[in-house]
Design a protein around this ligand. Structure first.
Ligand code: DC
Length: 218
């Protein structure tokens, strides 16, 4: 078994930014499980599947193969052999991923891949159910969160820096909707594992959060 660090938390809490830095500092492999759900979401979007049609989503899982690779240390997601990494980070893909990740066949499809990565390697893995469901025996569990306002403002600044027009109110609404969906679904909802360390990054710098997490790790 590798040394496993699980980082869970809501959308926009900074999990991937922080986990990547901790990975670099400690020499772990960073595994972004949200990107795997996003990879499958691209498959559903390509097929024009309605995410509310659970049976259609479940059926479509059968002809989707999501695999993961690394290029210069950066995680790449392949959907049926095609590198779809550049397409993962849109709102459309994120919303499709959030809706379809509530469907059992979708979660089952990715569970083995996630567990096998953690078995072989020292990893820091981020997602929604890593500490509660995927790696219940993880060596370190972190629940990273921040207020809706902080998360919306970070997302707003990120989009603005890319020259994308957006409204802070709309982003905040979207974040609240996604929290609601991720936290209230029946299977593997987002929640803090009892043995997870809670870190609220609302008033913390990136360096402070990275240092805090590193202090719990080997
Ligand atoms: O972290 P993210 O925004 O890239 O994740 C996209 C969606 O995937 C998120 O809204 C919920 C889902 N997800 C999940 O259900 N379980 C995970 N371990 C990771 C992501």
């Amino acid at each position: 078994m590798g040394y496993n660090v699980a980082v869970d938390g809501p959308a926009g809490a900074g999990k991937s930014t922080i986990a990547k830095l901790v990975a670099k500092e400690k020499g772990y492999i960073y595994v972004d499980t949200g990107a795997m759900y996003r990879g499958l979401a691209i498959h559903f979007l390509k097929k024009g599947i309605n995410p509310d049609n659970k049976k259609a989503v479940a059926d479509a899982c059968r002809d989707a193969q999501v695999t993961i690779g690394y290029e210069n240390g950066a995680q790449q997601i392949y959907l049926n052999g095609e590198n779809v990494t550049a397409m993962l980070r849109t709102e459309e893909v994120g919303n499709m991923a959030s809706k379809t990740s509530a469907i059992p066949e979708v979660r089952q499809k990715l569970l083995e891949l996630q567990r096998s990565l953690a078995e072989e390697k020292d990893v820091i893995m981020d997602g929604r159910d890593i500490g509660t469901n995927i790696l219940p025996e993880a060596d370190v569990k972190i629940y990273l969160t921040a207020s809706v306002e902080t998360r919306a403002k970070r997302r707003f600044d990120e989009l603005k820096a890319k020259g994308i027009e957006c409204s802070l109110e709309e982003i905040a609404r979207d974040i609240k909707e996604r929290d609601e969906r991720d936290m209230t679904r029946e299977i593997a909802p987002l929640r803090r594992a009892e043995d997870a360390v809670l870190i609220d990054s609302s008033e913390m710098t990136i360096t402070q959060v990275v240092e805090a997490i590193c202090s719990y790790c080997r």
